[in-house]
Design a protein around this ligand. Structure first.
Ligand SMILES: [Ca+2]
Ligand SMILES: [Ca+2]
Ligand SMILES: [Ca+2]
Length: 182
């Protein structure tokens, strides 16, 4: 992936994690982000909630271990975009750090347990994250690669892979967290 595109996508991701908007990522930011995801899970679905918290904790530890070059226990934007490109998207970490979250998120979103995400199930997450319904509906349509009207586990994982790994500026998965380029 070209550095400019990667920096843009990961900078967008940084803003999304930086829940208290102080331009630094901390463990508290990751816990707050995990909370947002946990809230879309079905009430009483403790396994999914535990999986979400565990996955975000693991990601945070990876960032601290490999990315906190200034050793202050916080991750700056520059540290984040670097560690994302160098470490988190490396094959040995990507499955553990990113795809674990993808699977936990699908389980949380799939509230009727039919194994796929309906439009409403998908949009519900983004409402919680402050992404407009208009945008998330458009993203849903693009991520539904086979036009079946639902997002399968494979389509969701493809979207995540596109977002983190694809060098194509037009890859549908780039839409995952909102429009790229703002
Ligand atoms: Ca912060
Ligand atoms: Ca479903
Ligand atoms: Ca589909």
């Amino acid at each position: 992936m070209t550095t400019a595109l990667a920096s843009q996508k990961f900078s967008r991701l940084f803003d999304w994690f930086d829940q208290d908007r102080d331009d630094r990522l901390t463990r508290e930011d990751f816990q707050a982000t995990a909370e947002i995801f946990a809230r879309v899970a079905r009430e009483g679905d403790h396994d999914t909630v535990a999986a979400i918290h565990g996955a975000f904790d693991a990601w945070w530890r990876l960032l601290l271990e490999h990315g906190d070059t200034s050793r202050d226990g916080r991750i700056s934007r520059r540290e984040f975009t670097t560690v994302m490109q160098v470490n988190v998207t490396a094959p040995e970490h990507f499955q553990e750090a990113v795809m674990t979250i993808a699977d936990a998120v699908i389980n949380a979103l799939d509230t009727n347990r039919d194994g796929v995400l309906s439009r409403d199930e998908y949009v519900r997450l983004y409402v919680g994250l402050g992404v407009s319904r208009e945008h998330s509906e458009a993203a849903f349509t693009r991520l539904d690669l086979d036009g079946s009207g639902t997002i399968s586990r494979a389509e969701f994982r493809q979207a995540i892979s596109d977002f983190y790994l694809s060098a194509d500026p037009d890859a549908p998965g780039n839409q995952l967290l909102g429009p790229v380029g703002f």
